[in-house]
Design a protein around this ligand. Structure first.
Ligand SMILES: [Zn+2]
Length: 200
């Protein structure tokens, strides 16, 4: 019988936390980064500047857990800020929240980090409000070493919520409404496969 080499010393991989809204992705994201902090790992956390729901420089979960994060507009900014910080102290862990809101260059960058002894913890929605795969998360689902797909409770029936329904004036949003629309007047509900109403 042959034994696989012990690769414990080879650090560097991608952990993806995904699922629909209200599934606790941000809590899981923050919890996981905190664990690395407790282990004295140097962490750096980014979030898309588009998502400033609660705070400019922190990420808050719906239950008010928080962690410091640097707002960025694109993947080039992530690269630059990472390189500047890595000069001061070697970064061990990179966290990136709402990864679906950044440009597609972020996937390659995260791949490079993971190949260079960095642990990447990424979080993002797997599907948009039309139930189509969200960019970046679609590719990370394939390339990540570890994927946790979280579910929520269906707003209608209490079943297993796996989809995000955008509601405008009490009705499912139309299919031609913009994909990313954070500050608008709509609200979101999580729905199961059966209660999700396909936007028309
Ligand atoms: Zn349901």
């Amino acid at each position: 019988m042959s034994y696989i080499l012990n690769l414990k010393n080879k650090k560097g991989w991608i952990e993806l936390i995904t699922g629909c809204m209200f599934a606790g992705k941000t809590e899981e994201f923050i919890k996981r980064l905190r664990r690395y902090q407790y282990a004295d790992q140097n962490i750096i956390v980014f979030k898309p500047a588009i998502d400033n729901r609660y705070s400019e420089k922190e990420i808050y979960s719906h239950s008010r857990m928080n962690i410091d994060a640097i707002p960025v507009n694109n993947s080039d900014e992530v690269k630059k800020i990472f390189e500047e910080n890595d000069k001061i102290k070697k970064i061990d862990v990179v966290g990136i929240d709402e990864v679906q809101f950044l440009d597609e260059g972020i996937v390659d960058l995260l791949e490079q980090f993971a190949s260079n002894q960095i642990i990447v913890v990424a979080s993002g929605l797997d599907k948009d409000f039309k139930n189509n795969p969200f960019k970046n998360v679609d590719k990370l689902l394939v390339s990540a070493e570890y994927v946790d797909k979280l579910t929520s409770i269906c707003h209608k029936c209490g079943g297993n919520g796996t989809r995000t329904q955008r509601i405008v004036k009490g009705k499912p949003a139309k299919a031609d409404s913009p994909l990313i629309d954070i500050a608008a007047n709509e609200k979101y509900e999580s729905r199961c496969r059966h209660c999700f109403e396909e936007p028309k």
